[in-house]
Design a protein around this ligand. Structure first.
Ligand SMILES: *Cc1c(COP(=O)(O)O)cnc(C)c1O
Length: 354
């Protein structure tokens, strides 16, 4: 605590991101993609005209928004971009949820949502997951000041169908429903096609996971033009140039390479399902996953002990030190070779003979 901090800053509880270790570890803790970005990204970086860096970037990031609009078959006026979807989410919470009624949020979902609520003074109505650890779409009260959840959800990995979410949107029409699709490309069903029917739907996406560009910080939102205008009002009151010129150019190249994108997603999905079968052999419960991670509950060993043991063996996974999650580990899907090393280490610790 410092006397120089404003009272509001003293009261904050900031988000704690997953560790980015300095030593060489097999990194399966922050859901990064194990494969390189599209070859076109390397070409953009190699050939970038350095002299252009003298100039401010396009504040509307048109080229990138057009590439995203084309991929999702929406109009460019329906696309907003920011420095990672974390920034887009931060602007969306300000634009749509800072109001008197409480925001409806699942108790277990992306842990940045409560941090933004804390930051903006938004009251939360936290709704428990179902027994099967799924987001309970029927539980969101219709008088909420908004609804936010990740689909597929994190860190559980479960995804609702587009039609199930349409059911929520049919009864919840007065405020914004924000569906965070950070993981949708690994087996979820995007709700973007529902935008034609529901002007209160906002969908966020990211280049960090399925496009292998976590380091470049590119995220986006897709919604009705009136929601995008709301986001622009906040952006232009805060930072009119969120994306730098290099991120815009590289992002376009990443979005245009559909073949590389699909091949990487399919490889991650195949490795995920093979890893699932192998972990189940070691008496580990593995939840169904539509993402690039597995949420697992070891039965014969304590989750924290498994986390610590793996770390000693040079493998970093994610352990959440909270009563509702501390029986579980979240394991990102790496390359086949990395997952083989994980499986070998877990078999060694649990006494399974491979
Ligand atoms: C990773 C993640 C994000 C943030 O992604 P960035 O675009 O890298 O900021 C947002 N939501 C969820 C659920 C995530 O897991």
């Amino acid at each position: 605590m410092s006397q120089f901090w404003s009272p509001a800053v003293r009261a904050l509880t900031p988000y704690v991101p997953g560790e980015q270790p300095r030593e060489k570890l097999i990194k399966l803790n922050t859901n990064e993609n194990p494969y390189p970005p599209a070859p076109g990204v390397a070409e953009v970086l190699r050939e970038y005209a350095i002299d252009r860096l003298r100039l401010y970037p396009d504040p509307g990031a048109h080229a990138l928004r057009e590439a995203i609009a084309r991929h999702h078959d929406v109009a460019v006026e329906q696309v907003f971009v920011g420095n990672g979807s974390d920034e887009v989410l931060a602007l969306a919470f300000k634009a749509f949820f800072e109001r008197d009624e409480a925001l409806a949020v699942p108790t277990i979902s992306y842990s940045f949502y409560p941090v933004y609520c804390d930051f903006y003074g938004i009251t939360m109505n936290r709704l428990p997951l179902t027994e099967a650890l799924e987001v309970d779409l029927d539980a969101f009260p219709t008088d909420s000041g908004g609804v936010v959840f990740a689909n597929p959800n994190a860190p559980t990995g479960h995804a609702h169908s587009r039609e199930a979410i349409a059911g929520l949107l049919e009864r919840y029409t007065e405020r914004v429903v924000l569906v965070d699709e950070a993981y949708v490309d690994f087996g979820g069903e995007s709700v973007v096609p529902l935008l034609a029917r529901f002007p209160n739907l906002l969908v966020t996406g990211t280049f960090s996971k399925s496009r292998s560009l976590a380091g470049l910080r590119i995220g986006y939102a897709i919604g009705s033009p009136e929601l995008i205008d709301g986001l622009n009002r906040v952006k232009d009151s805060f930072n009119s140039y969120p994306l730098d010129s290099i991120a815009i150019a590289a992002g376009v190249a990443a979005m245009q390479d559909d073949e590389h994108f699909r091949a990487c997603c399919n490889a991650v999905i195949a490795t995920r399902e093979r890893t699932r079968a192998a972990l189940e052999q070691a008496d580990i419960q593995v939840l169904p996953s539509c993402t690039n991670f597995l949420f697992v509950r070891p039965r014969s060993i304590d989750a924290e002990a498994l986390f610590t043991g793996l770390r000693e063996r040079g493998i970093l996974v994610r352990f959440f030190d909270k009563p509702s999650l501390n029986q579980f580990l979240r394991i990102s899907i790496g390359t086949d070779d990395e997952m083989d090393q994980l499986i070998d280490a877990i078999y060694a610790m649990t006494g399974v003979n491979a």
